[in-house]
Design a protein around this ligand. Structure first.
Ligand code: NAD
Length: 260
């Protein structure tokens, strides 16, 4: 039973993080939201979760590229909820270019938001989890944490790094009632992927649907996007007592992409 636990979901103002935050709230958890976006839209999402599910929902605008802001977000959650039981590292960005044309500032931003932020959040939540002898850390990696695609050097490097970090943390906390796992989704239809579809449509002079069929879902044997419902169910299960022996795993949810 995870009812009454408290959760931080980074990057939860959009896409996968927003869906996972909603799933935890509907399971009766108190939630710290995080991410960028229109303040009125974020406030309406936050207040809606509280009203619909009778839980406490807070929002932190912490920038996941800033260690000091990450630490402050964790402190705020611990103060408000009394503890952080579950951490979902989800915030992420993408940029696509050949390595020799890849802008250094984009490399730095992707490494800090997609990888280093997970170090900083874990670094901040672990002392409390260790003290209480219970915790769940769920890192949203990617199929690109297991295999590569061209033009995504920073993203692929960061996601492989997230899986490495997941394994190290899992080993360090294994005897303390804490687990750390990575979820590795294939393509999910979120604003992050919509951006890639639009870019590819321009580059290849294809329609939106042609890009989805011939480029994006070409990697995914099911030829279907992974759904929010499927990801939510996996995240909730990893937070459950029955997942206590799943530790240090990189769990694919990609329609068979990485089986190839
Ligand atoms: P999205 O663009 O819909 O959402 C990203 C979230 O991260 C937003 O809430 C955004 O505000 C937040 N964010 C970005 N930069 C931030 C920063 N500096 N500080 C705080 N928050 C920040 O993307 P998504 O597709 O939902 O992706 C979520 C995660 O899932 C990412 O880590 C992504 O790599 C991973 N993922 C996505 C897919 C996919 O197909 N969509 C597949 C595999 C893995």
């Amino acid at each position: 039973m995870i009812k009454g636990k408290s959760v931080i979901v980074t990057g939860s103002t959009s896409g996968i993080g927003q869906a996972i935050a909603t799933a935890f709230a509907s399971a009766g958890c108190h939630v710290m939201l995080n991410g960028f976006g229109d303040p009125a839209g974020i406030e309406s999402f936050r207040a809606g979760l509280e009203k619909d599910h009778g839980v406490q929902v807070l929002y932190s605008a912490a920038d996941m590229s800033r260690a000091d802001e990450i630490e402050a977000m964790v402190k705020d959650a611990e103060t408000a909820f009394g503890r952080v039981d579950i951490l979902v590292n989800n915030a992420g960005i993408q940029y696509v270019a050949p390595v020799d044309e890849f802008p250094t500032e984009k490399w730095d931003a992707i490494i800090s938001i997609n990888l280093s932020s997970a170090f900083h959040t874990i670094h901040s939540v672990l002392p409390g989890m260790k003290k209480r002898g219970w915790g769940r850390i769920i890192n949203i990696a990617s199929a690109h944490g297991l295999v590569a695609s061209p033009f995504k050097s920073a993203y692929v490097a960061a996601k492989h790094g997230v899986i490495g970090l997941t394994k190290v943390v899992a080993l360090e906390v294994a005897e303390q009632g804490i687990t750390c796992n990575a979820i590795c989704p294939g393509y999910v239809k979120t604003p992050l992927v919509e951006g890639q579809i639009n870019d590819q449509a321009k580059v290849h002079d294809m329609s939106h649907d042609e890009v989805i069929r011939n480029i994006i879902l070409a990697a995914q044997p099911t030829k279907k996007f992974v759904t929010f419902e499927e990801l939510n169910a996996l995240a909730l299960f990893l937070a459950d007592e029955h997942a206590a022996s799943i530790n240090g795993a990189a769990i694919s949810i990609d329609g068979g992409w990485t089986a190839k």
